[in-house]
Design a protein around this ligand. Sequence first.
Ligand SMILES: Nc1nc2c(ncn2[C@@H]2O[C@H](COP(=O)(O)OP(=O)(O)OP(=O)(O)O)[C@@H](O)[C@H]2O)c(=O)[nH]1
Ligand SMILES: [Mg+2]
Length: 228
Amino acid sequence: MTDGLGNLRLWGYDDRVAGSAEEGARVGRVVQVDRGECDVVTAAGMVRAGSDSVRAQAETAPVTGDWVQVTSRHEVLIGRVLPRLTALTRRDPAERDAEQVLAANFDIVGIVAGLDRPLPPGRFERMLVMARDSGAAIVILLTKADRAPDAAAASETVRAVAGDVDVVTLSARRGVGLDDLRSRLGPGRTLALVGASGSGKSTLVNALAGAEVAATAKVRSSDRRGRH
Ligand SMILES: Nc1nc2c(ncn2[C@@H]2O[C@H](COP(=O)(O)OP(=O)(O)OP(=O)(O)O)[C@@H](O)[C@H]2O)c(=O)[nH]1
Ligand SMILES: [Mg+2]
């Protein structure tokens, strides 16, 4: 931890990232994207970075989770987006063949579904396909077990559809299943959550963090990072 990168390692910086960056480049990880600007965590702390103005249209636009090279002459800019190790993508509904990348470089993707309502037919399978395509490990997270009349039976139904994918039943309210999920994470590992609005993603993030880091309950149309 004497190389000044100790902090970045907690954000997932490792030899694979180091190996894909140019010699001497200042590397950081995009933790949030909004209105064409990004919050990027670097060894020196968090910086607000614009996308490089000379970036060609065809070049990769940064998404949450990307490792990037930043330059700072007059303002901090994102130069190169490093090759993605994993990515959640979906077809752009407007452009039939264009793929939209939602998030990158997570180790695990959690498909979140609330046990307080029936699984949306088709949607669950689509999320499973998206997760399989991402290249990351997958876990199905069944939330709100305290709201299900028979959580065990509901979990069994999901297991039948899920095949070899692990299923964890949780209740953020009662603290059930959190240790199981925590044991799959750890320093430097990144979890991406996908799931319908209201399925309990933000509540889960807050329960894991032990702090109110994500707003819950209200549906926010302007904020769909890493979601589906
Ligand atoms: N009873 C119970 N309610 C829960 C649990 N987890 C989440 N909820 C409730 O479910 C509602 C939606 O939860 P959110 O965490 O905001 O859902 P979200 O998936 O982040 O939704 P969007 O941000 O709209 O995509 C909130 O009212 C939560 O309090 C749980 O384990 N038990
Ligand atoms: Mg939310």
